[in-house]
Design a protein around this ligand. Structure first.
Ligand code: URA
Length: 233
């Protein structure tokens, strides 16, 4: 089995990968962005969140989840005794889609290896996928978030076993009290999941490339406020 890179070299490799990704021109989104929104947080985090794509504020500031969905994410984290500094936060897409429209399959395909590399370097124990796009991409399955939220599932991501924990996207919960309640309940299970057994790296011989289909099925096309990501559930 290949040796696991130590924490220091993983941090360096993540910084190098962020620098490399900042010049990405793999898809049309490079033309309209202010900057690549790579990700933020603790490179050694046990818990990683994967959202959909940067919105207006994220594109301007260069960090994921800094708008109102991000404020809710901060509140939810606080509710379980964590803060942004304890976790890592990234998105399926690293560049803002115009008008915050849904990610297109070819954009997801062009961008997905950036996320897989982040997962490979950070090696989180638990990956909370926020909404449909992250859940479908990382599970490799078509089941939507309404069906699978709150149910941890094992997945092989880049030959490494991780526990995925699909939950509603905070932007969807912002305007729907029932969804917010469900999101809070699902969040409340995170500490126990983090205490569970660490996911073991898969032996190289067994490593399979998870079929990462370009996440299909955009769900609901909601009338979205300009700065937010809706249509995520
Ligand atoms: N929604 C996302 O999915 N990601 C962000 O970074 C902000 C809003």
């Amino acid at each position: 089995m290949a040796a696991e890179p130590d924490a220091l070299s993983r941090r360096d490799a993540l910084a190098a990968h962020a620098a490399e990704t900042s010049a990405c021109t793999r898809c049309r989104l490079a033309q309209g962005r202010t900057q690549v929104v790579y990700g933020v947080g603790d490179p050694d985090a046990d818990l990683m969140f994967v959202g959909e794509a940067p919105g207006f504020h994220e594109d301007k500031q260069g960090y994921p989840f800094v708008g109102s969905a991000g404020k809710l994410l901060d509140r939810l984290l606080e509710g379980i005794g964590l803060s942004r500094r304890d976790v890592y936060i990234a998105n399926v897409l690293k560049c803002r889609p115009p008008g915050n429209r849904d990610p297109q399959p070819d954009e997801i395909e062009a961008c997905e290896s950036h996320l897989f590399r982040q997962l490979e370097l950070i090696q989180p124990k638990l990956v909370a996928t926020l909404g449909n796009f992250a859940t479908k991409l990382l599970s490799g399955k078509p089941a939507g978030i309404t069906r699978v939220h709150g149910r941890p599932q094992e997945a092989l991501v880049g030959g490494r076993s991780v526990t995925l924990y699909p939950i509603y996207h905070p932007a969807a919960a912002l305007y729907t009290p029932a969804m917010l309640k469900t999101l809070e309940e699902d969040f409340a299970r995170i500490p126990a999941l983090l205490m569970g057994p660490a996911a073991a790296p898969a032996p190289v011989a067994d490593a399979q490339v998870i079929p990462f289909p370009a996440a299909a099925a955009p769900a609901v096309a909601a009338a979205a406020p300009p700065d937010e990501q809706l249509g995520l559930f």
